[in-house]
Every structure is written in structure tokens, then in C-alpha cells.
Design a binder for this molecule. Structure first.
Ligand code: ADP
Ligand code: MG
Length: 407
């Protein structure tokens, strides 16, 4: 779709950030055994920085003289990249800083972005060391693409987070966090965590609202963004009789079944916020704008907003996602799903076929922004797999804000 990309500067001077505790704790030795020589041969020189604690990378990147670096490369899971992205966005010169090419080498147990860029490169699925070698090769090629980021607002404080991967609540978030204790099994920790969680399946209460992508963009602007989620609407939400054209199907689904809030038009949000404006969001204590859809359900098993193809090496969450499609792929599973059906969904997600299963409890929508207000008193919300404060949360996508060495 006309993706614009450039090449990283040669010879390339990279800051290589390694989290020694990520994954099975072998990131450093994996780098030495599988990637080091490749980089040397490709003329990528690097300065190794081994992180000493959580947020060390975030602080380093916030203070760094970025003119010294052609790329910031992360050898860890998604958590360390999350630190780097936020460190860059916290800088006074964030607008320029966030254009620093980023590189990702899978050294963690959650390597969703690495799995995604491998997938975008058109290669067959691989895992573990093979994925590392593939990402090392992409790094050597040095083609830089733009990558969407979402800005994420929590109810506390004026600061935002920036996210490249996901916002999750309910089942998926619980598994992500509970499975930390199975870190020693590597990427398989999610499968193990899923099985354990299935045994104590619970319902999460809350209100979910979103701005459909089709509404946010003038029709015809981007054919890719126009595809409605009709085929994935549960049959009891979207009756086939409503379906005339695909868009009609989509619209009738919204108007018949979802509550549209009647409020004034968006007031510019974050008047106090410095930097990039979030033009689609209003403050969390105000009702969502009138063109948002408020989903009718309040009982969920999970809510998952993803902007890349993979959620883990073996979780192919969004088959048609690209690095900068400017779409938040929103999925939620309504309460009432059986354990067997949920397990089937997760198994299908291994192959990326879960959206074709016509599971009546799974809803999929392509959105630009969303808001979640959990009612259940306790729970976990994750952003890019990292736990954030539990409570109301909203996010909007920003097209191609960051740059990633991929392709
Ligand atoms: P994994 O995929 O194995 O979870 P991550 O890169 O996501 O690997 O890192 C896990 C967590 O460790 C993240 O929250 C990250 O911020 C944090 N972290 C980074 N460096 C260190 C360190 N040196 N010691 C402890 N925690 C760290
Ligand atoms: Mg992680």
C-alpha cells in the first residue's frame, strides 16, 4: 500500500540495549551466538548497554545524545521496547527523537513485534532462534518503515503512554501477567498460562466504546481501512436480514444494537497536554463523542486491542494488520462462551484463523480509538504486555509515528 521506507545510515552506529533477565535470561548469549557476526559483516557497529533494572533503558533513552546513534536496537521482549518508545516520547525533542530508527531482536519470552516484522517480511512462521536470526537479517538489511503508535490515557495524571502493540483486559491480560512465573519455558509461557487460566475462567464487567475506522476516515481514502467487520459480527448482534451491502450491514449493526451517545462534539482534549494532540479523544471524565459506538455488552471474557499481526510468537492475532495501517484491531469476547469454545479460539489464533470461525461470542472491529471503563473492582490491564494502573483507559492510534527497521 505504498509504504514509504528508507535505509538506515551506513556505516550504522547502533545502541544495543539488552535486558539480561528477559526470556529465559539468555538474551546476551543468544545475541553473541546468533547475531553478533551477522552485524559485524553488515557493517553495523554497536555499543552494548546491558540494562540494570526496570526503566533503566527508558531513562537512558530520555537523556541520550541521539545525534550519536543511527539506530536504537532492543534485544529483549516487547517490554524493553516499550520503555524505549516511552523514553523517546518523554523528551522535549520527542518529534525528532521518535524518528530514530528502532530495531528489535527477540530475546524475551513475549516477542510479539519481532514475530510481526518477521511475518510482514513474507517469511514462513518460525520461532525461537530461527526468529532471532530472521530479525538479525532484517536488521542487517536496514530498511526503515514507519510504525503506528497508540497514545494511551489512564485516569491518573496528565501523562500518556505510547504503545506499539496492544491494550488488553480480562483473560489475555491475566494470562500475560500470571504466566510471568513460567518465564523459564520461554514463549510457551502463554500456552501454559492459557490452560491454567481456562480452569478458572471468569467474567469481567465494564463498558467499552470505540470510534470505528470507517467513520473516522472519509470514504474512499483508504480502501484497506474500509472493510467492515460484518463477517465477524455475532449473528445475534447483526441479523442477516439487515445486510444489504457490507457497509449497510456494518452500520445497521451499530445503530440497532449499540448505543450511540448523544453528546456535544469533541472538545479539544488535553488542553494541558504538551506535544502531539490526541484529536479523537475527550477527557476520560466526559462521555465519549457522538460518533463513537458504545458496545451493548457489559460482561466480557476479554478485550484486546492490537495494532500488529502477532501477540506472541505463536499468537497470530490479526492476519491483515500491517506496521502502519493506522488501525486498532479491536476484539472482544462476550461472557457466556464455554471453556471449549475459548480454547478453540486460542488454538485457532495459533494459525490466525480465529476470525473465520464465526464464533458467536467473538466480536471484531477496526477502530481508530477506544475507551474501556472496567466496573469489576479488581483486574489487570496491560499495555504492550506491561501492567498499567487498573481503571478507565482510552487510546487513539497515530499513523506511522515511530520508525522501525523491518521489511
Ligand atoms: P520478556 O518478554 O521476557 O517479558 P521484556 O523485555 O518484556 O522481556 O522485559 C520484562 C520486564 O523487565 C519489562 O518490564 C522490562 O521493563 C523489565 N526490565 C528491563 N531491564 C531489566 C533489568 N535489567 N532488570 C529487571 N527488569 C528489567
Ligand atoms: Mg514482556
Amino acid at each position: 500500500n505504498g509504504v514509504v521506507y528508507s535505509e538506515v545510515r551506513r556505516p550504522c552506529r547502533a545502541m544495543l540495549l539488552v535486558n539480561p533477565h528477559s526470556g529465559k535470561g539468555q538474551a546476551l548469549s543468544l545475541f553473541t551466538s546468533h547475531v553478533q557476526r551477522m552485524l559485524n559483516e553488515a557493517g553495523v557497529s554497536y555499543t552494548l548497554v546491558v540494562t540494570e533494572r526496570q526503566n533503566h533503558a527508558r531513562e537512558m533513552v530520555r537523556e541520550a545524545d541521539l545525534s550519536q546513534w543511527d539506530a536504537l536496537v532492543i534485544m529483549s521482549g516487547d517490554g524493553l521496547l516499550f520503555e524505549v518508545v516511552n523514553g523517546l516520547m518523554e523528551r522535549e525533542d520527542w518529534e525528532e527523537a521518535i524518528l530514530t530508527p528502532l530495531g528489535i531482536l527477540p530475546g524475551g519470552s513475549g516477542n510479539a513485534l519481532a514475530a510481526s516484522i518477521h511475518h510482514y517480511s513474507g517469511a514462513q512462521p518460525v520461532s525461537s532462534e530461527e526468529l532471532l536470526v530472521s530479525c538479525g537479517f532484517l536488521l542487517c538489511k536496514g530498511l526503515v518503515s514507519h510504525m503506528d503508535l497508540a497514545s494511551v490515557h489512564l485516569s491518573s495524571g496528565p501523562t500518556r503512554l505510547f504503545s506499539f502493540l496492544s491494550v488488553a483486559w480480562g483473560f489475555v491480560a491475566d494470562v500475560d501477567i500470571e504466566s510471568e512465573k513460567y518465564r523459564h519455558v520461554g514463549a510457551a509461557r502463554f500456552t501454559l498460562g492459557t490452560l491454567v487460566r481456562l480452569a478458572s475462567l471468569r467474567v469481567y464487567r465494564g463498558r467499552l466504546a470505540y470510534l470505528p475506522a470507517d467513520e473516522a476516515e472519509p470514504r474512499g481514502e483508504s480502501p484497506q481501512n474500509q472493510r467492515p467487520f460484518s463477517t465477524f459480527c455475532p449473528s445475534d448482534l447483526c441479523r442477516p436480514s439487515d445486510s444489504v451491502g457490507q457497509n449497510t450491514f456494518h452500520n445497521s449493526c451499530n445503530s440497532n444494537n449499540a448505543v450511540r451517545m448523544k453528546t456535544s462534539e469533541p472538545v479539544p482534549p488535553n488542553a494541558t497536554q504538551k506535544g502531539l494532540p490526541d484529536s479523537l479523544l475527550v477527557p476520560l471524565d466526559q462521555p465519549v463523542p457522538s460518533d463513537w459506538v458504545v458496545v451493548p455488552e457489559e460482561d466480557f471474557v476479554l478485550m484486546l486491542a492490537v495494532y500488529q499481526s502477532h501477540l506472541a510468537e505463536d499468537l497470530y492475532a490479526v492476519p491483515d494488520s500491517t506496521l502502519n495501517d493506522s488501525i486498532i484491531h479491536l476484539m472482544y469476547v462476550r461472557a457466556g462462551i464455554s471453556r471449549t469454545a475459548l480454547l478453540r479460539l486460542f488454538l485457532a489464533m495459533g494459525k490466525g484463523t480465529h476470525l473465520e470461525n464465526n464464533c458467536p461470542h467473538l466480536v471484531y472491529a477496526r477502530v481508530k480509538a477506544l475507551r474501556l471503563e472496567p466496573f469489576s473492582p479488581k483486574g489487570v490491564i496491560t499495555v504492550d504486555g506491561e501492567v498499567v494502573e487498573y481503571g478507565p483507559i482510552q487510546a487513539q492510534v497515530h499513523r506511522g509515528l515511530a520508525r522501525l527497521i523491518a521489511r
